[in-house]
Design a protein around this ligand. Sequence first.
Ligand SMILES: Nc1ncnc2c1ncn2[C@@H]1O[C@H](COP(=O)(O)OP(=O)(O)OP(=O)(O)O)[C@@H](O)[C@H]1O
Ligand SMILES: [Mg+2]
Length: 643
Amino acid sequence: MSRIQLLSPRLANQIAAGEVVERPASVVKELLENSLDAGATQIEIDVEQGGMKLIRLRDNGGGIEEQDLPLALSRHATSKILVLEDLEAVSSLGFRGEALASISSVSRLTLTSRRSDASTAWQVQTEGRDMEPVVSPAAHPQGTCVEVRDLFFNTPARRKFMRTEQTEFKHLEEVVKRLALSRSDVAFQLRHNGRVIHQLRPARTEQDHERRISSVCGPAFIDQALSLDMTAEASGLRLWGWMGLPTFSRSQTDLQYFFVNGRIIRDKLVAHAVRQAYQDVLFHGRHPAFVLYLELDPKLVDVNVHPTKHEVRFREGRLVHDFIFRTLHRVIADVRPEGAVPPAGTSPDAGQLAASAPGASGQSFEQGRMPLSQAPLGPSADAGAPHSPSTQQGGGFQGAAFQGGGYRGPSASVVRDQISGYGALHVPANSEQDAAQQALANAQAQGEVAPPLGYALAHLHGIYILAQNEQGLVLVDMHAAHERIVYERMKQAYETEVVRSQPLLVPLSMAVSQSEADCAEEQAAVFQRLGFELSRMGDESLVVRQVPVSLARGNIEQLIRDVLSDMITYGQSQRIENHINELLATMACHGAVRANRQLSIPEMNGLLRDMEITERSGQCNHGRPTWTQLSLAELDKLFLRGR
Ligand SMILES: Nc1ncnc2c1ncn2[C@@H]1O[C@H](COP(=O)(O)OP(=O)(O)OP(=O)(O)O)[C@@H](O)[C@H]1O
Ligand SMILES: [Mg+2]
């Protein structure tokens, strides 16, 4: 082995660059973050050949003093932190003091800057293996300009990893989009080979903010997104932004932006909380879209986890997970026809959570106008079968009876009974055709707000319900809508009923790690509530004696292992509930009224009223939409009818 020697500053910087400067996009990320940290309100980015030939970024921020310029390009030099305590509560995007040094070691970098109180601008470059800074006067308005030419010209290995101009530009554009989303109050301009690609004006109002989201994420997203803003007073956590409706799902995770104190992050804990919130409203294999901002005391989050700062560590991980999950879950649960009010007891604290679809009318729907939820429905369940709680609540679904200790799917006869129960709602009218018209007119005459989904007109091919509401025509997929109603009722019934367990013929012994065994012991009450009897046998072994009846045929061992792993990582697990919900969903799907069953007008009206009070009624259990609205204006457009 050769003797130990000190590396030259350039080589040391080149090694450090390996971690943060992967491609032109990473250079743009670092430069943009510096501009934002410098308080810029206007940023222009010029790029040639996907950033491989040139990246020039100009801002109107605070600028750098002449004496500080040489330091700006040296490693371990920063104006953002000074002592260890600062590192524990970082409020700027940068703090490592090495981005510019790294970039300038693998490119031809020129930094020009002028502070507002300086009479002239100054410029700095580095030379040689020692990266000696050379400062000279220059002409420049207040702010900073960084020019990066010929990236990786001196590191051929890295150069080889660069892709085509188009690919590199796509990555770079994505970085600009992320930062543009993180700071709507800042103006951004991006030019590629002389052509303007993005021109984003600063947002001052809520509307401007939505416009920024729309130009970055596409207008379809904002049209189908729910806005939310939730603050947890006690912990000082705030979550706000937009979440795509479950029906606006994507095949990829490409429209997912999560910012923590203005920094975009990819975090396992956050991803898990979001996934769980969308659980059971998304079509299998689809991904949600969202732009969400989490704000919390910088002391509660460690950003010094990875050189690229894409990861963070929350000091109160469980609390954050729980807050994100609960907030998003609540917003999704409230997706139902506009104007409908949630059933009593399920509404969020109105003072804290404000979630609305863009353009939501905010009208309230009187509980008194929902006869189905009040009136008992159809004949009572078969003799001998204990009543499900939904029966006692007067809910429309009675099929999910607990028989023989476990859930059985609702039988065909029960479904028939239930559907015929909708007949209790008869809207008196001369003929079925004008029943809807009359009901709407009656409602208006009495100064009442008509139900959001209106009144049924007809049943099309035994599949779609056509209804008329104030806006125009409502189309409902009968099976999908009923499936969601049945499913939500079954879940409610299951939650309020004591879960039934059954003893295993042969108790199941499981070898686990010590931390898993500790966790199982600590969480014994949780397992018990879900129908498991689980005890510790030794340092590293568990024994399972009872399991929930509905899961008795599943792979119990695997389920328990997964649950323990979730509990250790995220502080909680929804796996058991998810498995039970999956089962219920399958039963609901089979139990829901099938296509080609002709419904009468009162039956259809009953279904519409039920949809209005059912959580998540905008999608069926597979994430498909259950209904859609065609306004009179849209109908007029179809017929080229000028109004
Ligand atoms: N656009 C800019 N406007 C004003 N000052 C800047 C600008 N860019 C860089 N600086 C100054 O140069 C210093 C070094 O920047 P550099 O990006 O290398 O490090 P940093 O931002 O402090 O930390 P990090 O390595 O985490 O990005 C910054 O601390 C800041 O004082
Ligand atoms: Mg920086």
